[in-house]
Design a protein around this ligand. Structure first.
Ligand code: NAI
Length: 395
């Protein structure tokens, strides 16, 4: 079929297999260009098909030949209907890994469920024996609780007061005010249930109970802090409460791993265009300005550059550098005072008329469409492309 981008709201409902392959190959090339790096042998990535999870998987596999099992929730292709981009990304990743003799298998399904956890545990037992690193990189709007059966929905709302600020419709470039009502107590509980640390802890508990964790095991989950500008809707909003919970869970997990000398880390990553972040009000405008300033200062990074820095300059050092709250920070360049100062100044000036010159709206849009395999110069979008692509190591 001829595959074109079709957007609905903040998402693109089609994706292009060749473009997704290109995106994965670019990330693999980046990691290979950096030479061998240290990463443990057997790695489980939960949320492995897009964004930071995919970049972590690529870093482990192509930076140090690690065997990876990836868990994700993606839509397979049907005749005349494309798969979701994470499906095509994984197909490309596994194909390349297998060509180089690197073990890579994947499980597609709801990581919050007991069924998918058990399926993953069995695969680890059968193929790898034990896991040395678990990367927890889930971003989901909903979670069906495996014990209560309740379906929790997360929200992106301020706490206490309604919040009004600028945002951009990045498809049209229109900058306008958006008002978001304050959340209820239920919204906070639900968001914590979905994006907090309970599921991460459940995974590690299950793995440990079955003796599937090696000694000196590490696990890392990703968090975000961000600037004052986005605080009301992010770090001090419902999602921020979930991140507080996720961060606290790192300590609980570390306590539970004492006997195997294991440790759980939080890595605070930088703001990036991913399927999840495009859905958060205000963030796309912030990112458009941030990208402009970071690019001008030569410190812009994508997911793969961030993960390379996490692996080589933080997570696997003898002394892991952390902030006063025990978190790894690879958002350090985003949070540099000079960068933030400049972004705040631009924020005041941002309007529909000015954004294309003072911000990087073009870069935002390109990266957004890249997420779905579109806007790559090297891909011919006019030719027939087979939408049916298999993931070779799908279980
Ligand atoms: P993403 O949307 O690109 O990736 C989410 C992954 O989770 C995908 O692999 C998806 O298939 C998987 N997933 C979602 N629901 C699932 C389910 N029920 N079962 C199995 N897999 C499921 O997200 P992104 O942005 O890479 O986020 C990953 C983590 O990084 C999140 O915790 C996010 O808060 C954090 N983060 C994101 C930042 C950003 O700017 N994008 C900045 C800092 C942290």
């Amino acid at each position: 079929m001829i595959i074109e981008p079709k957007t609905r709201g903040f998402i693109c409902i089609t994706s292009h297999p060749k473009g997704c392959e290109k995106s994965v190959l670019n990330q693999i090339d980046y990691i290979k260009s950096k030479g061998k790096i240290e990463s443990p042998k057997n790695v489980l990535v939960i949320g492995a098909s897009t964004g930071f999870g995919l970049a972590s998987r690529i870093t482990s596999a192509f930076g140090s030949n690690s065997s990876t099992i990836g868990v994700f929730f993606e839509k397979p292709p049907l005749e005349g209907k494309t798969a979701s981009s994470g499906w095509y990304n994984t197909a490309a990743f596994e194909t390349e890994a297998h060509k180089e003799g690197i073990y890579a298998k994947s499980i597609n399904g709801d990581a919050f469920s007991n069924e998918i956890k058990q399926k993953t545990l069995e695969l680890i037992k059968k193929d790898l024996g034990q896991i040395d690193l678990v990367v927890y990189s889930l971003a989901s709007p909903v979670r069906t609780h495996p014990v209560s059966g309740i379906r929790h929905k997360s929200t992106l709302k301020p706490i206490g007061n309604a919040y009004t600020n600028k945002t951009v419709d990045f498809h049209t470039g229109e900058v306008k005010n958006i008002s978001i009502d304050a959340c209820t107590e239920e919204d906070i509980k639900n968001t914590v249930a979905v994006m907090g640390g309970e599921d991460w802890e459940m995974w590690i508990d299950e793995l440990k109970k079955k003796d599937l964790l090696s000694s000196n095991f590490k696990t890392v989950a990703y968090s975000y802090i961000g600037p004052k500008l986005t605080e009301a809707v992010y770090r001090k909003g419902t999602i921020g409460k979930a991140k507080d919970h996720l961060e606290k869970t790192a300590f609980t997990i570390t306590d539970s791993l004492k006997d195997i000398n294991g440790k759980a880390y939080i890595s605070v990553n930088k703001a990036l265009v991913t399927q999840s972040s495009s859905a958060i009000p205000v963030i796309p405008l912030y990112i458009s300005l941030l990208y402009k300033v970071m690019k001008e200062n030569g410190v812009q990074e994508g997911c793969i550059e961030q993960m390379h820095r996490l692996y080589t300059e933080r997570l696997f050092l003898d002394q892991v550098p952390t902030d006063s709250e025990g978190r790894i920070r690879i958002d350090d360049w985003e949070m540099r005072p000079d960068i933030q100062e400049k972004v705040s100044q631009l924020w005041e000036k941002a309007s529909t008329e000015t954004l294309s010159s003072i911000g990087d709206l073009k870069g935002y849009k390109t990266e957004f469409f890249n997420l779905f395999g579109f806007n790559y110069d090297e891909v011919d979008y006019k030719i027939e492309t087979n939408e049916i692509v298999n993931i070779p190591g799908l279980q």
